[in-house]
Design a protein around this ligand. Structure first.
Ligand code: F6P
Length: 327
């Protein structure tokens, strides 16, 4: 064994997402293979402040790749949110000789990482959230698995909805973004998709379409409702009262966050985890890793926060055409 190239720590933060374990595994194994010492931090930024930090070996990440969740645990930290918390975290990294902190998490976790970098810790971010709501990247770890999980659930709901000739409102996660809802809307052939980026709050129009669909012979209908719009139970009641069609609401909730990651989430998380180590080796500072035009890439953390993305307008249009009865 040659001399260590330096110390890297890795943590998972914010809501867990299937594929986070694959990313940690890739960071640990690639880091060790390239001559770094890699440390795991338990319980996110909270754990960093409490020095829950341990040196990791190649074997510590065995049998992790195929499991959802995060074996490093995750937590939200009020203390780290404060500037004093970030200064304390930077001091701990310095004391332990940790030059780079790899943060696997969502937007909120990246804001924390960006602000920590001001105190001299090099940060590298890997996007881990089922919501896909990070602007600089086309892909986030966990989205694919969550969409597949929700899709399977909605297929089941459609079967019972069909038997009972009902309307089913199904609420999917996504915080204030509609990516999961849009994808499920297309994948499940939903008759209606309500997403915060597009829905105009015209519930009268929604109800009149549901009514005319029924008159045109649709025995049952599925409305995929994004969490960002919410109020699914109230919406179901409103639809039932206005149309006379029996209507039920289901909120899929945290089941969307669990489960074995899909091949796509395992592969992309692994590639991004390895790429994070490449970026460190190249001497780059304060980078976020993502996918752009289908390829893994890295971007400066400040530039990343200036980037904007939106729901794919064409996908939304297609979803509307495919879900609307037109003869
Ligand atoms: O960001 C992932 C996510 O699952 C969102 O879709 C949802 O709004 C939120 O986390 C739920 O957070 P919690 O696990 O704290 O209830």
């Amino acid at each position: 064994m040659g001399e260590s190239k330096g110390k890297i720590a890795v943590l998972t933060s914010g809501g867990d997402a299937p594929g986070m374990n694959a990313a940690v595994r890739a960071v640990v194994r690639t880091g060790i293979a390239r001559g770094y010492e890699v440390y795991g931090v338990r319980r996110g930024y909270n754990g960093l402040l409490n020095k829950e930090i341990f040196k990791m070996t190649f074997h510590d990440v065995s049998e992790k790749l195929q499991h959802g969740g995060t074996f490093l645990f995750t937590a939200r930290s009020a203390e780290f949110n404060e500037d004093a918390g970030k200064q304390k975290a930077a001091k701990i990294c310095k004391e332990l000789g940790i030059e780079t902190l790899i943060v696997i998490g969502g937007d909120g976790s990246f804001k924390g990482a960006r602000d920590l970098s001001k105190y001299g810790v090099n940060i590298v971010g890997l996007p881990g959230t089922i919501d896909l709501d990070i602007d600089y990247t086309e892909y986030t770890i966990g989205f694919d698995t969550a969409v597949n999980t929700a899709m399977e659930a909605i297929d089941r709901i459609r079967e019972t909805s069909n038997s009972h000739e009902r309307v089913s409102v199904v609420e999917v996660m996504g915080r204030s973004a509609g990516y999961i809802a849009l994808w499920c809307g297309i994948a499940n052939g939903a008759e209606q998709i309500l997403i915060p980026e597009k829905f105009d709050n015209d519930y009268d129009k929604l109800i009149s379409i549901i009514k005319s669909n029924r008159e045109a012979g649709m025995t049952h209908q599925v409305v995929v409702n994004a969490e960002g719009i919410g109020h699914s139970y109230g919406l179901a009641k409103k639809i039932e009262e206005a149309t006379g069609i029996e209507t039920r609401a289901t909120i899929l909730g945290h089941m969307q966050r669990g489960g074995s990651p899909t091949a796509r989430d395992r592969v992309y998380a692994s590639v991004m985890g390895a790429y994070a180590i490449d970026v460190i080796e190249q001497g780059k500072k304060n980078r976020l890793i993502g996918y752009k035009d289908g390829k893994v890439y890295d971007v400066d953390v400040y530039e990343a926060f200036d980037m904007k993305k939106d729901i794919n307008a064409y996908e939304y249009e297609v979803a509307g055409i495919l879900g609307t009865r037109c003869e």
